[in-house]
Design a binder for this molecule. Sequence first.
Ligand SMILES: [Zn+2]
Length: 127
Amino acid sequence: MINKKQIIIPPRIIKNICEFAKSLHPKEFSCLVSGKLSERALTITGLVYQHFVSDSSSSVLWDNVPILSNIIGSVHSHPDENALPSVADKRAWSKEGGIHIIICYPYKKENIAVYNSQGKQLESASL
Ligand SMILES: [Zn+2]
């Protein structure tokens, strides 16, 4: 159902994602995203930070994810120039559902890609 909707990422959220990814480079940054579903679109409304452990090759979310009904997926960075999901990403996403955003180095707007839980890239727009 999400696959047919337009994904909208507001400019301020794009800016936050780019800045956080940059500030943690060469480590990965990772957080959850909240969103609002309407008839035609899924709009990302915020980033939900939580504690995580991170090194240059992986980031592991802790288990104590806040129970928030509007969490619709996740975002994480890749310190290399590849925004494609890894095998581990796809495995985790298939359990989590939702949509997942990857931003890769050099962390500009055009380095952001959005995927569904099967790892298929979705079209997104910034409004
Ligand atoms: Zn990844």
